[in-house]
Design a protein around this ligand. Structure first.
Ligand code: OGA
Ligand code: MN
Length: 295
């Protein structure tokens, strides 16, 4: 498809756009892949309404952008995510409160823990050796109310920091831990589910330059447990402050899902979180594939 026919419209305050006219049926042409990457560089979150992609179509589209993550890697706890999923391909995962795509998950099912963890502001897989560049979701089942996904613009939030704050954080390195969020939620102890990971923590700059836009961005997801060379309490206080700045309402876009929506975001320039819904009563199922941050 000719890129001239693409229609892009900003939907968030400083970022996030709806894109129409992309031919998504059989993976992307080199030209359309470049157009999508350009839109992601500029807008961070790109919504393609009413695509209803099949799992193979979603995989093909994402593979046009780079190699895909196998989200089971690194932990017996992560592997537990596969239990009761409808979609089994390791290049896909599923954000759902359903067992085999049907009934609501048992209250004790370990997978519910990950759905709770998704309610904290984060950026995907920063605790893995290779972080997520893009995450994509296709909505299969959506609740009547709630269950939105909220995004925050970490580039505009950086721009809005005071000169003193910018000077204070330049050069700082955050430690991203595979267990920190679970620890905060009390899920690493025996009473909380005993979450374990074989992954080791990752060092990542607090301020990064986005390769596609050249803009500076704040990298302060909830998985960042502390700051190198700073006392743990001091680092955590600073991280809490920075995460608040990065997620101020002025920098947020909230996506209300309709079945068939395809949303893809750049984890290097945005944060996101899942919003609450009646998860013991209503069904929510999204198919997910992740493009790794490799060059
Ligand atoms: C994810 C995620 C949020 C949501 O898929 O990485 O955090 O709203 N999803 O389900
Ligand atoms: Mn996520």
């Amino acid at each position: 498809m000719d890129t001239e026919t693409l229609d892009i419209r900003q939907v968030g305050p400083t970022f996030a756009a709806e894109l129409r006219g992309l031919d998504t049926a059989n993976g992307l042409s080199a030209r359309d892949a470049a157009a999508l990457v350009g839109a992601l560089d500029r807008f961070g979150v790109v919504v393609l309404p009413k695509q209803s992609l099949t799992p193979p179509q979603q995989i093909a589209l994402c593979e046009s952008l780079g190699p895909l993550e196998n989200s089971d890697d690194g932990s017996p706890s992560f592997k537990e995510l596969r239990r009761n999923l409808q979609f089994k391909d390791p290049r896909l995962s599923e954000i759902s409160n359903l067992a085999q795509g049907e009934g609501i998950l048992d209250k004790e099912d370990v997978r519910r823990l990950f759905l709770v963890a998704n309610q904290l502001w984060h950026s995907d897989s920063t605790f893995r050796p290779i972080r997520a560049r893009y995450t994509s979701l296709t909505a299969v089942k959506v609740p009547a109310s709630g269950g939105d996904t909220e995004f925050a613009d970490a580039a505009s939030a950086y721009d809005a920091l005071s000169a003193d704050d910018k000077a204070d954080i330049e050069g700082l390195v955050g430690i991203h831990s595979p267990t920190h969020v679970m620890d905060v939620m009390g899920a690493t102890g025996p009473d909380g589910g005993g979450f374990v990971s074989t992954l080791t923590p990752q060092r990542r700059p607090i301020v990064e330059v986005h390769a596609g836009s050249g803009r500076k961005v704040l990298n302060v997801p909830s998985h960042c447990s502390h700051i190198e060379g700073m006392s743990i309490p001091e680092g955590r206080a600073l991280l809490t402050y920075l995460r608040e700045q990065a997620t101020l309402p002025a920098f947020r876009y909230r996506h209300k899902w309709s079945p068939g929506d395809f949303v893809i975001w750049d984890n290097r320039s945005t944060l996101h979180r899942a919003c609450r819904f009646q998860e013991r009563k209503e069904a929510r199922q999204l198919v997910r594939s992740v493009v790794q941050d490799v060059h």
